[in-house]
Design a protein around this ligand. Structure first.
Ligand SMILES: *Cc1c(COP(=O)(O)O)cnc(C)c1O
Length: 377
């Protein structure tokens, strides 16, 4: 099946009776049918019908064998990290999601898991950071908020040479645009709160792998820690996935048109997007993804006008997050990267004038008109 057909028909139907849609099963426990015989569903922290359907669909879409769904992206990351032990070392991209940074730095560090954050756009930096106790590399490509690109195939090759696990946070791309497992990545994780659910109305996360041993460990963490997605949210996410291709395409098309408009506007300085000629990773991105996605960042020439810009928006909403119907605009230096020291923000280019736009699927004329009047002010 092609991708969009899978999003609609990719749920394994157990019984021919289930002809339409998906039944939500809210049960937390299931009667024992026969004394002494284990059964598929006993207690829903361990295994639950609606969550199982969602997990098989998500695995199918990422091209993986095993999928596990959680109550948020961070619940996923936190659970996946239980595969590590005291003394293990992980290498991550320096622009990794703030919550991922926080859980490693403030929580897993207490249990003896070490981490190093490097600029993964240059593989040499990863190579240099590898130590005898390094166990894994976690990347996000493109990164947030500057949309820097990391070479997935290159990271996998390097990891294989050193026997390391590779993890890709594929939230920004979705499996419609990029399938890291196809390049030999071991685990793909997502905040399904973003594009996969697509309407800014639910928190969820997913981990997918082809590796049976890793799958067992992730499933163990899911059962042991219990950071699970609910039956209702499982159902809602399956409903959302049916339109994933339509939503991503519409938002990406709007993004391309908005960028064209921003490029011509005098108030705009730099623009950051994976497929622009100014992005040094453009070629690599195009070799591993089929589109640039629906998030871009730009800088205002006059950084004293940042507040005015945000206050002038009427259609786009000033809010964190991305991947939903509504266009969201955020300010990395005070919102998503607020806790980063000022010098580091400057050094990385997360300046006061940097603004991130997560494009939705409103009519493009309304979006352009809204940004035009805000930029004019
Ligand atoms: C939002 C996000 C997360 C965390 O997901 P939650 O669902 O908010 O817990 C992780 N990674 C990326 C890239 C994200 O954008």
């Amino acid at each position: 099946m092609k991708f969009e057909t899978k999003t609609i028909h990719g749920i394994k139907k157990e019984k021919k009776k289930e002809l339409w849609g998906t039944t939500v099963n809210f049960a937390s426990t299931f009667p024992v049918a026969e004394f002494g015989v284990t059964q598929e569903f006993e207690y829903s922290r361990v295994s639950a019908p609606t969550r199982n359907q969602l997990e098989s669909l998500l695995a199918n879409l990422e091209g993986g064998k095993y999928g596990y769904a959680f109550s948020s992206g961070m619940a996923t990351t936190t659970s996946v990290f239980t595969i590590f032990e005291a003394g293990d070392h992980i290498i991550l991209g320096q622009d990794i999601y703030g919550g991922t940074y926080r859980i490693l730095n403030d929580v897993y560090s207490k249990f003896g898991v070490e981490s190093t954050f490097v600029d993964t756009t240059d593989l040499k930096n990863i190579r240099k950071a590898i130590k005898p106790n390094t166990k894994a590399i976690l990347i996000e490509t493109p990164s947030n908020p500057l949309l820097d690109v990391t070479d997935i195939r290159g990271v996998v090759k390097l990891a294989k040479e050193h026997n390391l696990i590779t993890i890709v946070d594929n939230t920004f791309m979705t499996p419609y645009l990029q399938k890291p497992l196809d390049f030999g990545v071991d685990i793909v994780i997502h905040s399904a709160t973003k594009f996969l659910s697509g309407h800014h109305d639910l928190l969820a996360g997913v981990a997918v792998t082809n590796d049976e041993k890793l799958a067992e460990k992730i499933q163990f963490a899911q059962t042991a820690a219990g950071a699970l997605i609910s039956p209702f949210d499982s159902w809602l996410l399956m409903r959302s996935l049916k339109t994933l291709k339509l939503r991503v395409e519409a938002a990406q098309k709007n993004t391309e048109k908005l960028i064209e408009f921003f490029q011509k506007h005098d108030a705009v300085d730099k623009i950051y997007y994976p497929t622009l000629d100014t992005n040094k990773g453009k070629k690599i991105h195009e070799s591993q993804a089929t589109g640039g996605g629906a998030v871009f960042s730009f800088t205002l020439k006059d950084d004293s006008k940042v507040k005015t810009f945000f206050e002038s928006l009427n259609v786009a909403i000033f809010a964190a997050s991305l991947g939903g119907a509504e266009t969201l605009v955020t300010h990395p230096s005070t919102i998503t990267h607020a806790e980063m020291p000022e010098e580091e923000k400057e050094a990385r280019g997360f300046t006061h004038s940097l603004i991130r736009i997560a494009v939705g699927f409103e009519n493009i004329d309304d979006l352009i008109a809204d940004f035009k009047q805000a930029l004019e002010k």
